[in-house]
Design a protein around this ligand. Structure first.
Ligand code: NAD
Length: 476
């Protein structure tokens, strides 16, 4: 397989060119690296029809057999991790080591899903009657993914959908289509035709999918405003939906921490992937007694971090992934300047080429500053001073988002007493962004509906079905 050229969609197990093409850019250089297929409405219909035709046989395939194929998918990711990772760096911008780790990660998820059971609940069992609840597949799943982790977040959807017995039509972000197209190609030899279809295109393709009458579920990861549109559009045929949306995660740093020891971990909790992580620390609340020390340590660490082309040796942070996101983050920096906010690091905006923004840390801005209240999704962090823990918890919870949070303390019991007060789906203590395939991941409030990962995530790809059996009445 050649990861450097020939990008085709996968429809009914075959490579298909788009009705048109559109250019894909390397965000570090702004050079065009490939032309991606632009799927027409008729081609989307074909992909959905292929998934529909493949569904009855896939549903009837015993789950153990489906799981064997999911294990083969793990093998395919392990085999192609280096080439897929290099392509991910070219189209997404992240450093090579991180890209390769992302290209390997679906193998871990596939292995876990290959061992997961769909639970059967026995509700009642007597001499007369037995009642059981099973979980049956939904049908055709439409999966829509974002550009920050195009490989992993895509496979978070595909793998459980397949294990549960559904067929899939998958659409990546228009900004990062290439890796997902190659995943489709990788898996053509693994899965029966029509079980996994991959389509790419422009801004119309997602709405066509969410409105399509022959898709039974939409699993979506992206921004909260888009998630709301998806939910409205999916109402037409009452599609099931899972929405993994935006976040504005707080970190709360208690005064008892060893500042120098945790500074690098605090830094990476905010700046990994250039801040383009849904569960990145996006507001850092630091107790007043250690605020200056934390600020000093973060700035000192930031100076050691190499920002550059992800393909270059030693690069730790790449560019922002695309032009609209670059403009959005730049606008937040300009707004901070316009309101007289002080930058402890960064704050200047270099002229290209490449969508590079400096590591920027804002010194104790007011809570209503846009850089605090909005999800930056870029390398900009507001550092916020607090006086007492009740105030920190109140400010942390004062957000329409509820995705993740972290609490940092030398005393884990004390940290836990703070963690349980936070209104969000995932809280880390002295850690951040730790995710595993067997632990469910969910957003509260406007960060989402439903869950991914864990058995709970697998069940999102099923309908419950209760079967009540009266044991005697059928005999004549
Ligand atoms: P986005 O909402 O712009 O796009 C996400 C996907 O939706 C893309 O594939 C896009 O083409 C498609 N899309 C756009 N408009 C659509 C519509 N009207 N109907 C259907 N599909 C449509 O998000 P993005 O900019 O790609 O990603 C960044 C956002 O994703 C951030 O807010 C981030 O926090 C969030 N995110 C959340 C998670 C999570 O698990 N909660 C993970 C990663 C990213």
């Amino acid at each position: 397989m050649d990861f450097d050229k020939s990008y085709t969609m996968t429809i009914n197990g075959a490579g298909v060119a788009g009705a048109g093409t559109y250019p894909v850019l390397n965000p570090a250089t702004e050079e065009i690296i490939a032309q991606a297929p632009d799927c027409s409405a008729a081609q989307l219909d074909e992909a959905i029809a292929a998934a529909r035709r493949a569904f009855p046989a896939w549903k009837a395939t015993p789950i153990e057999q489906r799981q064997k194929l999911v294990l083969a998918i793990a093998g395919s990711f392990i085999e192609h991790a280096t080439a897929l990772g290099a392509l991910l760096t070219r189209e997404q911008g992240k450093p090579l080591a991180e890209a390769r780790a992302e290209a390997m990660a679906p193998a871990l998820w596939a292995q876990a899903l290959a061992a997961m059971q769909l639970p059967v609940t026995v509700n009642e069992d007597s001499a007369e009657l037995r009642s059981e609840t099973h979980h049956v597949p939904l049908g055709v799943v439409g999966a829509i993914s974002p550009w920050n982790f195009p490989v992993l977040l895509t496979m978070w959807k595909v793998l459980p959908a397949l294990v549960a017995g559904n067929t899939v039509v998958l659409k990546p972000s228009p900004h990062t289509p290439l890796t997902v197209l190659k995943i489709g190609e990788m898996l053509r030899g693994v899965l029966p035709p029509g079980v996994l279809n991959v389509v790419t295109g422009g801004d119309e393709l997602g709405p066509w999918m969410t409105a399509h009458e022959d898709i039974d579920k939409i699993t979506f990861t992206g921004s909260t405003p888009t998630g709301k549109k998806v939910l409205q559009s999916a109402a037409g045929n009452l599609k099931r939906v899972t929405l993994e949306l935006g976040g504005n995660d707080p970190a709360i740093v208690l005064p008892d921490v060893n500042v120098d020891e945790i500074a690098p971990r605090l830094f990476w909790s905010a700046f990994k992937n250039s801040g383009q992580v849904c569960i990145a620390t996006k507001r850092m609340y630091v107790h007043k007694d250690i605020y200056d020390d934390v600020a000093r340590a973060l700035v000192a660490y930031a100076r050691t971090v190499k920002v550059g082309n992800g393909a270059d040796e030693g690069t730790q942070l790449g560019p922002v992934q695309n032009r609209p996101q670059y403009e959005r983050v730049k606008n937040l920096i300009e707004d901070a300047h316009a309101h007289g906010l002080r930058f402890l690091a960064g704050g200047e905006v270099p002229v290209g080429p490449g969508y590079f923004l400096p590591i920027s840390i804002v010194d104790n801005p007011p809570e209503d500053a846009r850089v605090v209240s909005e999800e930056a999704f870029g390398p900009v962090l507001p550092l916020l001073r607090y006086d007492d823990i009740d105030e920190a918890v109140r400010r942390a919870n004062d957000s329409p988002y509820g995705l993740g949070a972290s609490v940092w303390s030398a005393d884990t019991d004390r940290a836990l007493s703070v963690a349980v007060r936070l209104e969000c789906g995932n809280v880390w203590i002295n850690d951040c962004q730790y995710l595993r395939p067997n632990a469910m991941f969910a957003g509260h409030k406007q960060s989402g509906i439903g869950v991914e990962n864990g058995v709970e995530g697998l069940l999102e790809y099923t309908n419950p079905q209760t079967i009540v059996m009266r044991k005697s009445a059928a005999a004549r």
